[in-house]
Design a protein around this ligand. Structure first.
Ligand code: ADP
Ligand code: MG
Length: 256
């Protein structure tokens, strides 16, 4: 199946894909993002880690323009994120997002959940969208659930559907904001396995998670945030075994 997205020229692997340059954001007096500079290259998996309240979700939401920023710029594949309108809808469709809460449409079947965006936003034909959706549901291991409703699935299955739904839009980058933290322990692995597969397949990913196993297996880089700042960046191995800053040492001391 060919979509208009596939016809766009693909830049080389290793080029900057998501670039945040001097990004600041305030919630009233709270300086929630403080001069954030971050470049994620094509095919890279960046794991964002840090204490609760440090601005990780706000960072994800800013990249997807679910939040506006105070100053600085965010660009996706060389295009600055516009404020609103059609251009924003198009760029936002390039960013797949998976949240802690699965956020599936409760009154739509699993198949409809996955085909809705491609039909409405990507203007795909229903038959094409359904074919692609079934392939994606197969890939995340829930093909047999296609005609069920979200409430009939386990949390782990719903989260895998959420991943398939995001992938159906053919995003250039996938953002995950604590995708396993609302799951029962036995379901965490089945979701992480799908994410590891995706990473190995070359997807560019920004993943907020405290799952060190995932960071070590799939992460190229760990970005440690605290109090709205990027305090430290390193390879997962170095970060977990040899954190540099007191804030990172303190945080790791609490979660390890
Ligand atoms: P994290 O995801 O790292 O836990 P968040 O990005 O959710 O952190 O929040 C960072 C800070 O911003 C927290 O102090 C939080 O209370 C505050 N915050 C988040 N969203 C809002 C909002 N819409 N209005 C005001 N403050 C907010
Ligand atoms: Mg958060």
């Amino acid at each position: 199946m060919t979509t208009p997205v596939d016809e766009e020229p693909r830049a080389a692997i290793g080029e900057p894909l998501v670039v945040l340059d001097g990004v600041n954001k305030w919630f009233g007096d709270l300086h929630v993002l403080q001069d954030i500079n971050l470049t994620v290259t094509r095919g890279e998996v960046v794991v964002v880690i840090g204490p609760s309240g440090s601005g990780k979700s706000t960072l994800c939401r800013a990249i997807n323009r679910l939040e506006t920023i105070g100053n600085g710029t965010i660009s996706i594949d060389g295009e600055p994120l516009p404020e609103e309108g059609k251009a924003l809808a198009r760029l936002r469709a390039d960013v797949g997002m998976v949240f802690q809460a699965f956020n599936l449409f409760a009154h739509k079947t699993i198949l409809e959940n996955v085909t809705l965006g491609p039909i409405k936003v990507r203007k795909q034909k229903k038959a094409d969208a359904e074919k692609r959706a079934r392939e994606l549901l197969e890939r995340v291991g829930v093909a047999h659930q296609a005609d069920k409703y979200p409430a009939q699935l386990s949390g782990g299955q719903q989260q895998r559907v959420a991943i398939a739904r995001a992938l159906a839009m053919e995003p250039k980058v996938m953002l995950f904001d604590e995708p396993t933290s609302a799951l029962d322990p036995e379901m965490i692995k089945e979701v992480l396995d799908v994410m590891v597969d995706l990473a190995k397949g070359g997807m560019t990913m920004i993943v907020v998670t405290h799952e060190m196993g995932f960071a070590r297996t799939a992460g190229d880089r760990v970005v440690f945030m605290s109090d709205g700042q990027i305090v430290e960046e390193n390879t997962p191995e170095e970060f977990f075994t040899n954190p540099q800053s007191d804030r990172a040492k303190d945080f790791l001391g609490k979660i390890l």
